[in-house]
Write a protein that binds this ligand. Sequence first.
Ligand code: 3DU
Length: 255
Amino acid sequence: MRLIMAVNRPDGLICVVTVKPGMRKDSRLVLALDETDGRKALQVADAVGDIVDAIKINWPLVLSEGPGMITELSKRSEVICDFKVADIPNTVRLIVENAVSRGASAVIVHAFTGDDSLKAAVEAAGGAEIFAVTEMSHPGARLFTAQHAEEMARLGKECGATGFIAPATRPDRIRAVRAVVGDLKILSPGVGAQGGKASAAIAAGADYAIVGRSIYGSDDPRAAAKAFADDIGTVLRLQRRYIGGGAPVYYIIIK
Ligand code: 3DU
């Protein structure tokens, strides 16, 4: 199913945009659920499921509780498997197919592996999405990924990745990746515990801010998620005003 959006602009022009179905783009907040106790992880997922646009699951939870967690969480939210896959094409294919068959709607892979591994990931994902890492958010990233972020973004785009990971700890680098990937998705980790600010990441061009410990490690994960969503909301409201919101929007569903 495709969604076509027609925007009737105040100047009389009608723009028609086709929208590929994908992750919800509502709060623009993604929960990084690295809680290793499965019971607590599901409690947090239930508490914030209606606030976040997706839940990102990584090795800590999968290794503690098993890959069934992907399926369990997919009943509550879109699930992004942050496996940072970095391997030969055949192994990449096996991992991506497995994650998607368990309910993942996106899988994160490293881009430094090259075009054949990236293409294998995209092909194995089928209808799911592949997000490629450009520059990582931690200080050590300056040694390697930071020096090749734009190249990796370009390669990921050429190979069919639909999203990119860029650091909320360095918003200027999000801008640099945005300049390469056009309107493809950018997801930015490094908010909260690592020092980045969600609204700054979104203002720099990220579509989603990824937050882990500052939500699942909080005494009140729902209140914490709400606070991050509100922070992002301040930027979204400004952007909508700047774009000239208020024009009527019509949706036509084509089957
Ligand atoms: O620092 P937090 O607790 O908010 O968690 C961030 C999550 O995002 C965590 O799962 C980490 O593995 C992932 N991530 C980064 O932090 C930085 C990257 O460059 C890529 C992924």
